[in-house]
Design a protein around this ligand. Structure first.
Ligand code: ADP
Ligand code: MG
Length: 721
C-alpha cells in the first residue's frame, strides 16, 4: 500500500463522498444539495473562517454594549411564541466562567439546532436585560454536537459554509473532511508543482496545504495553505488560457491585409482630428496583427468616448485595401445605424480598384443590415456580399442570420462585445465562404475591466487599451440630487436652460429589473408627464426597447440632427450613442443602477467642447447604493470605478453567469489576489515555453484536461479551436 502513488485530484473526484463512513445516506443527500458529491468536492469546500479557542472572551468578563465572541455549551433551551405571534427561542450557554442568555426571534429552527449539550460560538452585542446579560439574535457557529464536545478538533476550529437550506452542520462537514484526510494520509496528494518551483514561489506542497486549510495548527499555516491553493486556482486558468492562445496561433491560417496602402493613408489624412496616442498605439497593434500570418484575436478596451470606432475603421479599411471584406456588428439597431453613418461619412469618397471597369476603380461600397432592412434590400445586400461588391457591412445580429455569407470576409469587428454571446461572435467569424482561412477578429468593449480581471476573463486575447479621452473635452460634473420636489425642479430648470442655450439633454428612466415591458411603460409615462409638467414646451422624444426598430432609428436620427431637445429613454441609449451636442443627463432612481452601467450612461454626454453635467436623482437606502453614488460623484475614470465596483461587490459577482464557470474560483478573489494572478500567468508562460504539451508535467496536464472537460463548454466562448 505504501508504494502506491499519491492521490491525484482525478482520483479524489472518482470517490463518492458517501464512501466515507461519516457520511450516511441522509448527510450524503444534504451534501449533494450543496454541490458536494465527491471527495474532491469535499476537500475543496474550504472553511469560511476559524475560531481560535484560546482567544475567546470569557462570559464572566463581558461588558455591556461590547461586541464579543464567546464559546460555550448549551445548558437550557426553550421555544415559544410571543403574544404577537412571533417565534422566540431562548437558550442558556455556559463557558466555565458564567452563564449567558441568548434569544432568537423568528428562528424557530434554533431550538433543534442548539439542543442541550451542543457546543457553539456566539457572536453578538452584549445587552442588559432584566438584570442579566444577554445577546439577541447572535451569529452562531455550531462547533460540536452533544456528547462529542469538540474532542476531534484542535485549538483552531474551522467553520464551513454550511448551507442552512441543506441543513448540514459545520461539524458534520468537519468530520467528513477529517476522515477523508486521514484515509488519504498514507498515499498523500500528488503535486503538480515540483519542489524547485514551489521553493522559488515560496509555496507549501499540496498535501500540506490541504491539511492545513482544514486542520490548522496556526493561522500562519492557514495563510500559507490558502496562498498555495489560491495559486493553484489561478495557475490552472492561466495554463488553459495561454495554451489555447498558442494552439490558436499555431493552427490557424489568417487572411493577409495591406495596412499601408493609399486607401488607409487617405482615410487617416481625411480624419477631422489628430489621433490620441492611445489610438495610434492601438492602430499599430492591430496593424501588426493584420499583417501577421496567424489570425488576429484582439480585445480593444476603452473608456466610453475614448474613440474606439476610429481604430475599428482603420482596420476595416485595411481589410478593404487588401481586397477583402469587413464586417462591423453592434448590439442595437440605433448603434448600427450610427456606425453606418460614420463609416459612410469617412469612406464615402474612397475608391477600390475594379478590373475591367471603365475607370479601373469603383467607390467603396458600404451597406447596412438590421432587422428593419426590407426583404428586397436584404437580398440585394446578400448578393453583393457573395459576389464581393459589398466591401463593408455594418449591422446588428442580422449579420449572422442564415443567408448572409461573405465571399471573402477578412475582418470581423464586434462592438460592445459583452452584449453578444460567444456563439454569435463565432458565427460572425464563420461567415467567410471563400476558403478555410480564419478572418481576423477585433472585439471592443467600453466596460473598464481592471487589468488582472481582464487577465482572467480575456487572458488568451491580445489586448489594447485606450485610457485617455480625446483632448478638448470639457469635464463632466456629476451631482447627486435628493428626492424632494424642490431639488428635482432645479434639475429640470437646468435642462431648460441648456436647451435654451442650444444644447440637448437625456433623461434616463428607472430600471425595471427583468421586465422590458414595464420599463417601456414607465418611460412612456415619464415622457408624458415631463411633456406636460417640468419640460412643457420643449421638443421631447421617447426611446425604449419595445419600439419597432424603424421608430427607434427615426427618433435617434431626429435627436442627432437637433430636431429633438430632450430624449427621454430607457437604458437603450446605454451603448455607444454619440451626440456631442448633448450636455445634460438626468438619471432617475440612479441608485438602482450598477456602477458601471451608470458610468456608461454618463459617457453619452461630455463628448463635445461644451461643459456637461450629469444629475443622479437618488435616494439610496442601502450602504452600497450610497457608496455607488459617492463613487460616481467623485470619480470620472472608468478604470478607477471598475476597481471600486470590484471592491463593493467582490469579484465573485463580476464574473457572473457563464464566466463564473470559466473562472471556477473558490478561494481566489480580486482585487485582493492580483499579484497571485500575475505570478500564475508568468509560471504558466514559462511552463508552456519549455514544455508546450506539458509532457513532462503529467499531473498538471491531467488537471488542465479535467478542467477543460468540466468547464469546457463555458470556456469555448473564448476560443473555438
Ligand atoms: P467609443 O470609444 O465610446 O466608441 P467613439 O468612437 O464613439 O467612442 O468616439 C467618441 C467621439 O469622439 C466621436 O464623436 C468621435 O468622432 C470623437 N473622436 C474620436 N477620436 C477622436 C480624437 N482623436 N480627437 C477628437 N475626437 C475624437
Ligand atoms: Mg463605441
Amino acid at each position: 500500500m505504501a508504494d502506491r502513488p499519491p492521490l491525484t485530484l482525478r482520483d479524489l473526484h472518482a470517490i463518492p463522498v458517501t464512501d466515507l463512513k461519516q457520511v450516511g445516506p441522509k448527510v450524503g443527500d444534504r451534501l449533494a444539495m450543496m454541490g458536494i458529491a465527491t471527495v474532491l468536492d469535499l476537500l475543496t469546500h474550504y472553511p469560511r473562517r476559524y475560531h481560535d479557542r484560546r482567544n475567546l472572551q470569557q462570559i464572566a468578563a463581558l461588558a455591556i454594549g461590547e461586541e464579543a465572541t464567546v464559546y460555550g455549551t448549551v445548558k437550557k433551551v426553550s421555544g415559544r411564541r410571543t403574544r404577537q405571534g412571533r417565534s422566540l427561542v431562548e437558550i442558556e450557554i455556559f463557558d466555565d466562567t458564567s452563564y449567558l442568555k441568548c434569544t432568537f426571534f423568528n428562528q424557530p429552527w434554533r431550538e433543534k439546532q442548539l439542543s442541550v449539550g451542543t457546543e457553539a460560538a456566539f457572536f453578538g452585542k452584549v445587552e442588559h436585560y432584566r438584570n442579566r446579560r444577554q445577546m439577541t439574535n447572535p451569529v452562531v457557529d455550531v462547533i460540536a454536537e452533544p456528547g462529542l464536545p469538540g474532542a476531534d478538533t484542535g485549538v483552531l476550529v474551522p467553520i464551513y459554509p454550511a448551507s442552512g437550506k441543506a441543513d448540514v452542520q459545520t461539524w458534520q462537514i468537519r468530520k467528513a473532511v477529517g476522515e477523508a484526510l486521514d484515509r488519504s494520509a498514507l498515499r498523500g496528494f500528488a503535486d503538480p508543482l515540483d519542489e524547485v518551483t514551489r521553493a522559488a514561489l515560496g509555496l507549501v506542497d499540496r498535501a500540506t496545504a490541504l491539511h492545513d486549510i482544514h486542520r490548522p495548527e496556526s493561522m500562519d499555516g492557514v495563510r500559507a495553505a490558502r496562498q498555495r491553493l489560491t495559486f493553484d486556482e489561478f495557475l490552472l486558468m492561466q495554463v488553459r488560457l495561454v495554451a489555447r492562445k498558442r494552439t490558436y496561433e499555431r493552427e490557424r491560417r489568417g487572411v493577409e491585409h495591406v495596412v499601408d496602402g493609399p486607401l488607409v493613408d487617405r482615410f487617416h489624412a481625411g480624419l477631422p482630428f489628430p489621433l490620441t496616442s492611445g489610438q495610434a498605439a492601438a492602430i499599430a497593434d492591430v496593424a501588426r496583427d493584420l499583417t501577421a500570418p496567424a489570425p488576429m484575436h484582439r480585445l480593444l478596451q476603452g473608456e466610453v468616448g475614448s474613440g474606439k470606432t476610429v481604430v475599428a475603421l482603420s482596420a476595416l479599411i485595411a481589410a478593404v485595401e487588401g481586397g477583402h471584406q469587413g464586417a462591423l456588428m453592434a448590439p442595437t439597431a440605433v448603434l448600427a445605424e450610427q456606425h453606418f453613418l460614420t463609416v459612410r461619412g469617412l469612406v464615402g469618397d474612397l475608391s477600390v480598384p475594379e478590373a475591367g471597369s471603365l475607370l479601373g476603380e469603383r467607390p467603396v461600397r458600404v451597406e447596412l443590415l438590421t432587422n428593419a432592412t426590407p426583404a428586397a434590400e436584404r437580398r440585394r445586400v446578400a448578393a453583393g456580399l457573395l459576389d464581393g461588391t459589398v466591401d463593408l457591412l455594418v449591422g446588428t445580429h442580422a449579420l449572422i442570420y442564415e443567408g448572409v455569407e461573405f465571399a471573402d470576409l477578412g475582418l470581423a469587428v464586434i462592438d460592445e462585445q459583452h452584449r453578444f454571446g460567444v456563439e454569435q461572435r463565432d458565427l460572425l467569424r464563420s461567415k467567410r465562404a471563400g476558403d478555410d482561412r480564419t478572418p481576423d477578429v477585433l472585439v471592443m468593449t467600453a466596460t473598464p475591466i481592471p487589468r488582472t480581471a481582464a487577465m482572467l476573463i480575456y487572458g488568451d486575447l491580445d489586448r489594447s487599451e485606450l485610457r485617455e479621452l480625446p483632448k478638448g473635452r470639457a469635464p463632466i460634473l456629476t451631482e447627486v440630487v435628493g428626492p424632494s420636489v424642490l431639488e428635482r425642479t432645479a434639475v429640470y430648470d437646468r435642462v431648460r436652460a441648456e436647451v435654451a442655450a442650444g444644447r440637448q439633454a437625456y433623461v434616463v428612466c428607472p430600471l425595471v429589473e427583468g421586465s422590458a415591458k414595464l420599463e417601456a411603460k414607465a418611460a412612456s409615462e415619464e415622457f408624458e408627464r415631463l411633456a406636460e409638467e417640468e419640460l412643457a414646451g420643449l421638443r421631447l422624444g421617447l426611446l425604449h426597447g419595445q419600439m419597432p426598430a424603424s421608430d427607434k432609428e427615426a427618433v435617434m436620427a431626429a435627436f442627432r440632427s437637433g430636431e429633438i431637445d430632450v430624449l427621454v429613454s430607457t437604458t437603450v441609449i446605454e451603448v455607444g450613442v454619440d451626440v456631442p451636442n448633448a450636455t445634460v443627463m438626468v438619471i432617475e432612481d440612479a441608485d438602482r443602477f450598477g456602477l458601471l452601467q451608470l458610468h456608461q450612461l454618463r459617457g453619452r454626454i461630455g463628448r463635445g467642447q461644451h461643459a456637461s453635467v450629469c444629475y443622479l436623482l437618488a435616494d439610496p437606502r442601502t450602504a452600497d447604493g450610497a457608496a455607488r453614488m459617492e463613487a460616481m460623484r467623485t470619480t470620472s475614470d472608468g478604470f478607477a470605478l471598475a476597481e471600486k465596483d470590484l471592491e463593493i461587490r467582490g469579484s465573485g459577482e463580476v464574473f457572473g453567469g457563464r464566466q463564473s464557470g470559466w473562472t471556477d474560483l473558490k478561494l481566489g478573489r480580486l482585487p485582493r489576489d492580483e499579484s497571485t494572478v500575475v505570478e500564475a500567468r508568468a509560471v504558466a508562460e514559462s511552463l508552456l515555453d519549455a514544455d508546450p504539451d506539458l509532457l513532462a508535467h503529467a499531473q498538471l496536464r491531467e488537471e488542465v484536461e479535467d478542467a477543460e472537460e468540466k468547464l469546457g463548454d463555458d470556456a469555448e466562448f473564448l476560443f473555438k479551436v
